[in-house]
Write a protein that binds this ligand. Sequence first.
Ligand SMILES: CC(C)(COP(=O)(O)OP(=O)(O)OC[C@H]1O[C@@H](n2cnc3c(N)ncnc32)[C@H](O)[C@@H]1OP(=O)(O)O)[C@@H](O)C(=O)NCCC(=O)NCCSC(=O)C[C@H](O)C(=O)O
Ligand code: MG
Length: 289
Amino acid sequence: MATTVRPRRSVLYMPGSNARALEKGRSLPADGLILDLEDAVAPDAKATARDTIATALAAGGYGGRELVVRVNGLNTPWGYDDLRMAAASGADAVLLPKVESADAVRQAEAVLRAAGAPAKQTIWCMMETPLGILNAKEIAGASPAVGALVLGTSDLAKDLHAAHTAQRLPMITSLGLCLLAARAYGLAVLDGVHLDLNDDEGFAASCRQGRELGFDGKTLIHPKTIAACNAAFAPDAEEIAQAHRIIAAHAEAAASGKGVVLVDGKLVETLHVENARRLVTLAEAIAAL
Ligand SMILES: CC(C)(COP(=O)(O)OP(=O)(O)OC[C@H]1O[C@@H](n2cnc3c(N)ncnc32)[C@H](O)[C@@H]1OP(=O)(O)O)[C@@H](O)C(=O)NCCC(=O)NCCSC(=O)C[C@H](O)C(=O)O
Ligand SMILES: [Mg+2]
């Protein structure tokens, strides 16, 4: 199954009610920006924030950053208007909050398409309730329009009555189920936010853990965390060099009729070459940003 190679190392939430943040997003080194209408925006500010986001996206200037609008749910007074604005906004994707079923995805998709959303606009799903996590597979496969699963570990911890711990053990089952569902359907998958902005060490550890688990990147709440996140989710120079060694050694072995070869003492088969190619492609995409 094809896996995305678009870099999504760092994806920053920006409250739609904060015009300064939306302006700042044009120059921040995040791979993606989530222009938020949901939890970061107070009820009284929702309608104004919707207009602010529409105006900011129409003005452009965001370069190659992937632009995502997080809407309110269709069970709220704002959901339909949010989806209609997002459909016409030029955003690359629309992020649905608290998704719990394939039907919820299809209902939102119908509203988007009726409002003229372009076919290339994808749907991202917040995975942040116990029922949503249990239905991760049906949500991931709900429609070809689904492009990514995004972990909402704050809402999830609340609903699970779980603690935010350094090792994130209370989250591991949910993270794993979402990763399985995303990879099974060839989707991108992004880790949740780290809430403590004074905890650089804990943030770095959660990035490392997220990458080791297989996440494409992490969602963020503050610009000061972007650089560390980008570094954590990018292959480093040694990984890239090793990937090239694997590709070259396997090609040489194949030319002499062998299917396997040792590189740095480790067995290399076709599957390792596929992984090495994915890594090199990602590194090239990052370098091209
Ligand atoms: C957390 C904040 C409220 C802190 O804001 P502030 O006090 O303004 O921070 P600073 O003074 O340190 O800001 C320095 C400059 O950076 C800009 N800034 C800050 N945050 C952002 C941002 N997110 N995007 C863009 N720019 C930002 C400030 O404007 C300052 O700029 P300058 O004027 O040039 O000095 C704030 O960071 C914030 O609001 N963060 C986002 C919060 C948010 O979106 N929360 C909702 C998403 S998280 C979530 O819901 C996850 C999920 O659903 C779940 O359940 O887990
Ligand atoms: Mg949430």
